[in-house]
Design a protein around this ligand. Structure first.
Ligand SMILES: [Zn+2]
Length: 112
């Protein structure tokens, strides 16, 4: 299987991804999520397949910002279960080793 091609400048696609909207593929069709690979340092890589060409693409999902980490920390301090700051309240963060991670974006938002 060929290596996925990295999509640079994926800001708009990421916005659609977090919102659960259909993401248009660079060569027609749309992108189907194959998997999320959490990376060292808190970023993640989403791997997608184009519905039209079956080519594979990857998009780097940026690590948590200071504001996002603070939001999660505040929720923890108030005794609430924090949600993913990008995906919204339907998406609870889950524990993965020493981190609180969103399973849909693969990003670590806090240490536990
Ligand atoms: Zn998320």
């Amino acid at each position: 299987m060929a290596e996925p091609k990295r999509i640079e400048k994926a800001r708009q696609l990421l916005k659609e991804y977090y919102a659960g909207q259909r993401m248009e593929s660079p060569n027609g069709g749309f992108l189907i999520l194959l998997g999320i690979r959490p990376q060292e340092g808190g970023t993640a890589v989403g791997v997608f397949e184009c519905s039209a060409s079956s080519l594979r693409y990857e998009i780097v999902i940026p690590k948590a910002t200071r504001t996002e980490r603070k939001k999660v920390r505040d929720a923890l301090q108030q005794g609430r279960d924090p949600d993913c700051p990008r995906h919204g309240s339907e998406f609870r963060l889950v524990r993965a080793e020493k981190n609180l991670v969103c399973s849909h974006c693969g990003v670590a938002y806090a240490r536990v």
